[in-house]
Design a protein around this ligand. Structure first.
Ligand code: SAH
Length: 219
């Protein structure tokens, strides 16, 4: 498969999986700029644009394009927003967020995945000049040195919303996070206002578990 085939697959994915299902034009446009085939293992490149998650090793997955897009739409990212991203995984979502003008602070708990993600992110930064900072560690503690954040996006399933996320979120900010048990969750949008914290449900979903101090205990 050559790069013009991937270009065509990208266009089809954006049209059929994102726009046709109601993803905003702005979010969809960011997906057009990022080569998803570079974020999956070599043996999966030909499936990079399929409408499903894919294994990236260490029991983890790169999320289905539509779910990444839906979460980002619900996050309402604006140019210059400071975004905490938990579960960088392949780094794909980090790059899409930065494409939308976010200043991204990404945390990944599996060192090997973080190392691979960092290489891909560096490649994209060299081409596109994106603002992404990645560190290895337990993201359930947030990133206190960089708090507060305008937005927090969590790509792994939590038993409940970790307290550090609420305290590290600015007033007027939002969190998008799957909350539930290890197998099935509800996608929640948490909004922090002057009057307190509101939570909206945005539908069922299925993510790998968020492991750590404020998440699930290790496997
Ligand atoms: N957005 C990523 C999704 C990766 S899956 C992508 O599209 O590639 C979720 C990731 O969360 C996994 O890589 C997993 O290792 C990571 N994870 C689980 N618990 C974590 C924690 N406490 N802190 C940081 N990352 C965590």
């Amino acid at each position: 498969m050559n790069s013009s085939d991937f270009k065509e697959q990208t266009d089809n994915m954006v049209k059929r999986q994102l726009k046709a299902r109601g993803i905003s034009a702005e979010t969809a446009e960011a997906f057009r700029k990022v080569s998803r085939e570079n974020f999956v293992p070599d043996e999966s490149r030909e499936f990079a644009y399929s409408d499903s998650p894919l294994d990236i090793g260490y029991g983890q997955t790169i999320s289905q394009p539509y779910i990444v897009a839906e979460m980002i739409d619900r996050l309402r990212v604006k140019e210059g927003c400071k975004v905490l991203e938990i579960g960088a995984g392949s780094g794909y979502q980090s790059v899409i967020l930065a494409e939308l003008g976010a200043r991204v602070y990404a945390v990944e708990i599996v060192p090997e995945l973080a190392e691979e993600a960092q290489m891909r992110i560096t490649d994209c930064q060299n081409q596109l000049g994106l603002d992404i900072n990645l560190r290895v560690g337990d993201g359930t503690a947030g990133w206190p040195e960089e708090a507060p954040f305008d937005r927090i996006i969590v790509a792994a399933a939590a038993p409940s919303v970790p307290e550090p996320f609420l305290s590290q979120l600015k007033e007027g900010g939002r969190i998008v996070i799957p909350v539930g048990n290890r197998l099935l969750q509800e996608l929640k949008v948490i909004i922090k206002t002057e009057e307190g914290v509101r939570a909206l449900n945005a539908g069922g979903c299925r993510f790998v578990p968020l492991i750590g101090e404020y998440g699930w205990s290790g496997k």
